[in-house]
Design a protein around this ligand. Structure first.
Ligand code: NAD
Ligand code: DAU
Length: 342
């Protein structure tokens, strides 16, 4: 098969490309705009791989997308490309709607026109909104109630995918996964940010009371699930993906500090994220039952190897943190910023 991966220079997309090249004989074309989050170093060593090609470009550029689909004889799309950071969506919602929602619609249009065999939409559990502490986790039939501009832009894209399936007969599958962790995650997200700050003996900014809960899954388990859905998922269906592995942010940050041998005194409570979802938890019974998926990376092992990866690949994140990232960090966490300590 010839597979178009969008956003393949980001965290999950780059892990997915490595997974596909290692476990299948498929040919992969990676379409990525290389925004601040896209990094070709995430794909180092694959440049000359005979079954891999990189195209720099924008999913919103219909002319380019059409050309890639035709010239590369693409059979299926796995769509990761997005603006993915909730905090940035508080500052600049417009680009989230434009990339995540309109960009997805452009891709769907071309996928329909070129009669692709499958379109996998990598959506997110954030489309469901926030769970109360004792509520059962989100199932595929939970109502969509997104709370951040990021989540709303993904929910809209997720529903446009449904519409293209119902109205135009496009073969679409949608995945909604919980929080991922692992190598190559951009150090604006909780786990790599906390590891990097701790290694530099900087404060670890925990939003609010630190008791918001996330359901963490190793990125490799997510990639295996997406690939199963692409090959065996039922057309038009939604599949939740999650590890059944809930951690409060505070407990997780303390675990990271213990792994790194750093003191808890580095923790600094800062103002809460506006609209901060209290808890996410996923019921993944459908993908487990129908497709036989289950997570293979136990959290204790996965987090230890992730910490080891950030220790061994210090130059990867130090380079990122020395560039435009500094302005971002100052805007959000510095004096007068949203998350300046109160
Ligand atoms: P990321 O921010 O690390 O990567 C996003 C990639 O998309 C980057 O390489 C960027 O250059 C590219 N991109 C952005 N705009 C583009 C455009 N207009 N055209 C082409 N490429 C563009 O994100 P991630 O954490 O790897 O997430 C990937 C996808 O998975 C997203 O759709 C996200 O919503 C979804 N998701 C993420 C998680 C998570 O925990 N990170 C969980 C569930 C779902
Ligand atoms: O649930 C899936 C989603 O997970 C994906 O769709 C998103 O793309 C991805 O970014 C992630 O969203 P979150 O908002 O859950 O992830 P983030 O790493 O930004 O934050 C995780 C939790 O940690 C959240 O409760 C906010 C908190 N946090 C985050 C940062 C960056 C802090 O307390 N301090 C911080 O500095």
């Amino acid at each position: 098969m010839n597979i178009l991966v969008t956003g393949g220079a980001g965290f999950i997309g780059s892990n997915h490309i490595r997974h596909l090249l290692a476990t299948t004989g498929d040919r992969i074309v990676n379409l990525d705009l290389l925004t601040y989050a896209g990094n070709l170093e995430n794909l180092a060593g694959l440049e000359d791989h005979p079954r891999y090609r990189f195209v720099r470009g924008d999913i919103r550029d219909g002319e380019l997308v059409g050309r890639v689909l035709a010239e590369e004889r693409i059979d299926a799309v796995v769509h990761f490309a997005a603006e993915s950071h909730v905090d940035r969506s508080l500052e600049a919602p417009g680009v989230f709607l434009d990339t995540n929602t309109r960009g997805t619609q452009v891709l769907l249009d071309l996928a329909s026109r070129h009669r692709l065999a499958r379109f996998v939409m990598v959506s997110t559990d954030e489309v469901y909104g926030s769970l109360a502490p004792e509520s059962p986790g989100f199932s595929e039939s939970s109502p969509l109630a997104p709370n951040s501009p990021y989540a709303a832009s993904k929910a809209a894209a997720d529903l446009v995918c449904r519409a293209y399936h119902r109205t135009f007969g496009l073969d679409v599958c949608i995945t909604r996964c919980s929080n991922n962790y692992g190598p190559f995650q951009f150090p604006e997200k909780l786990i790599p940010l906390m590891i990097a700050n701790a290694l530099e003996d900087r404060p670890l900014p925990v939003y609010g009371d630190g008791l918001n809960v996330r359901d963490w899954l190793h990125v490799e388990d997510h990639c295996r699930a997406i690939d199963l859905v692409m090959r065996k998922g039922r057309s038009g269906e939604v599949y939740n993906i999650g590890g059944g592995n809930e951690w409060s942010n505070l407990a997780l940050v303390k675990l990271l500090l213990a792994e790194l041998g750093k003191p808890e005194s580095l923790i600094e409570f800062v103002p809460d994220r506006p609209g901060h979802d209290r808890r996410y938890a996923i019921v993944a019974d459908k993908i487990r039952g129908e497709l036989g998926w289950r997570p293979l990376r136990p959290f204790a092992e996965g987090i230890r190897s992730t910490v080891a990866w950030y220790l061994a690949n210090r130059s990867w994140w130090e380079k990122i943190r020395s560039g435009a990232y500094r302005d971002y960090y100052a805007r959000f966490y510095g004096p007068g910023g949203r998350y300046e300590r109160g």
